[in-house]
Design a protein around this ligand. Structure first.
Ligand SMILES: Cc1cc2nc3c(=O)[nH]c(=O)nc-3n(C[C@H](O)[C@H](O)[C@H](O)COP(=O)(O)OP(=O)(O)OC[C@H]3O[C@@H](n4cnc5c(N)ncnc54)[C@H](O)[C@@H]3O)c2cc1C
Length: 481
């Protein structure tokens, strides 16, 4: 093959990259491109979006890194051709302009991306150009881990066991896709090529640079090294949002500024209880991608079809209170403020906030899922949909419907000293620890002493949990019929 184009999407790195590896091996000259896809960007609700800023910063870094890589390999310099427009038009046009024989990309498992890629492949085929897609963003995909009967799993634990067995059998599954040896084949950029500024693609800075989320491969490496030093404590610390117990790597995994193989190989090789627990989380990620690929209908519908019989409440006021951190349950409100302020929410709190929306407020999980989708820096359709359907008891291997988190006892258990709550709800800073999880139980004098008036400075609870629980049990009762 004379020349190829590698189309970068959610894989913004120049190491351990399957599509780049295969293109460099098969083609004598390899161009690299990234498209700010107006099909995706135009649909975003805000022009100040941390994810777009994260991608932009990561693209700038990747451009420089590809150039340096080519120079180190005695090539003539390289870099990214960056375009703004509808990817399904831009990519075939660019491929024709460059006169390449094939376009290489890493596979995406989201239904909209699969449809887009098949339209791109069709257009390319009409021009006599090939389209090669590679497995990269997960360890095992699609049909690679199946039950003994050859069916997709719908329960996590046996999936994890089969995944681990397959890893042992398939020694190369975590090997890195090497780039360096052939990097001299990277094509130089034409003079005048430049990366459009954020404003030129219609976005404004959203405060990423001042946040705790460093972008790009360098940012991913720094977070990974920080986490690697404390991975042994992961199993004990990961459920406590006030502690630095988790990796905070999800946005990097989402945009491919880290390599899933490198992370999984590290955890697998490390072997401590903490590392095993963390590897399990990475397997959850593969699991939900596999579920989405086999069951694309989950995007709009319950994984368990009988759950479509559930009747949710129309409660716009309660929904607004949840979105705006005004439920009166401090742990839920602190979680929603964390999301609003940082674009991140701790996993324990995602489970709790989702459960609260569905099982305390009686609101359709799909509304909450969309709210998270618009705000999470690490928003990933497979994981978000899976997490929401788990919490709503409508998904595969979901929380049983009669298990309903109590927001007060969960708060006492996972934020015992209230450090997380106080961080995000300064209005409750003076409330004594034993009242902090249910501040409405403070009497008037204690409220005065704590400098907070419940119902004025901080809301009274929007629902009574015990009553809400009974309503939910009745709602889900239709599933028994
Ligand atoms: C309602 C709900 C919505 C969620 N939405 C998303 C989402 O949009 N994007 C997202 O990446 N994760 C989502 N999760 C899963 C999980 O909460 C986040 O991956 C995690 O909190 C990210 O923080 P971390 O990187 O520090 O995680 P760590 O605990 O360090 O875990 C390491 C990595 O494992 C993966 N992972 C961990 N837990 C899960 C899980 N339950 N499902 C799939 N992958 C997992 C992630 O890639 C994560 O970065 C959701 C969970 C729930 C309950």
């Amino acid at each position: 093959m004379l020349s190829a184009l590698v189309w970068f999407r959610r894989d913004l790195r120049h190491f351990d990259h399957a599509a780049l590896h295969h293109a460099l091996r098969r083609a004598g000259r390899v161009h690299c491109a990234f498209v700010f896809d107006s099909g995706i960007l135009d649909a975003l609700p805000s022009r100040r979006d941390r994810r777009v800023e994260f991608i932009h910063a990561s693209v700038v870094e990747l451009d420089e890194a590809l150039d340096a890589l080519s120079c180190r390999a005695a090539g003539s310099g390289g870099g990214l051709l960056v375009r703004h427009g509808r990817a399904e038009e831009v990519v075939p046009r660019l491929a024709a302009e460059l006169g390449v024989d094939a376009v290489f990309a890493n596979r995406d498992y989201e239904p909209a991306a699969i449809a887009r890629d098949s339209r791109v492949a069709q257009r390319l085929a009409e021009q006599g150009i090939g389209f090669v897609d590679c497995k990269d963003q997960v360890v095992f995909e699609r049909d690679e881990v199946l039950t003994r009967d050859g069916k997709p799993f719908s329960v996590f634990t046996p999936y994890r066991n089969a995944w681990l067995k397959r890893l042992d059998a398939d020694g190369g599954a975590l090997d890195a896709w090497r780039i360096e040896g052939q990097a001299g084949r990277l094509a130089p950029k034409a003079p005048g090529e430049r990366i459009p500024a954020l404003a030129e693609i219609g976005f404004e800075p959203a405060g990423l640079s001042g946040s705790a989320l460093p972008a790009g491969m360098r940012g991913g490496r720094a977070l990974f090294e920080d986490f690697a030093a404390r991975i042994d404590r992961y199993a004990d610390a990961r459920d406590f949002p006030a502690l630095k117990g988790v990796s905070y790597l999800s946005t990097h995994l989402r945009f491919g500024t880290v390599s899933i193989r490198e992370l999984a190989a590290f955890a697998h090789g490390h072997g401590s209880e903490g590392a095993r627990a963390w590897l399990s989380e990475l397997i959850w990620r593969d699991f939900y991608h596999m579920i989405l690929w086999h069951h694309p209908q989950v995007v709009a519908r319950c994984f368990r079809p009988e759950c479509e019989r559930l009747r949710w409440d129309e409660a716009p006021g309660l929904f607004a209170a949840w979105c705006e951190a005004r439920t009166g349950y401090p742990i839920v409100d602190a979680a929603m403020r964390q999301l609003e302020q940082s674009g991140y929410m701790h996993n324990r709190l995602r489970m709790l906030a989702a459960s609260f929306l569905v099982k305390d407020l009686g609101i359709d999980w799909r509304l909450g899922e969309r709210h998270f989708a618009a705000r999470l820096n690490d928003y990933d359709l497979a994981a978000n949909n899976g997490g929401w359907q788990w919490a709503a008891s409508t998904g595969c291997d979901a929380q049983p419907w009669f298990r309903i988190f109590n927001p007060v006892t969960q708060s006492q258990r996972f934020d015992p000293e209230g450090r997380f709550i106080r961080r995000y709800l300064p209005e409750l800073a003076q409330v004594p620890e034993r009242f902090l999880h249910a501040p409405w139980t403070l009497d008037a004098a204690a409220q005065r002493a704590a400098g907070v008036r419940i119902g004025i400075d901080y809301p009274a609870p929007v629902v009574d949990h015990a009553q809400a629980r009974l309503r939910t049990l009745a709602r889900f009762g239709v599933l028994k019929a």
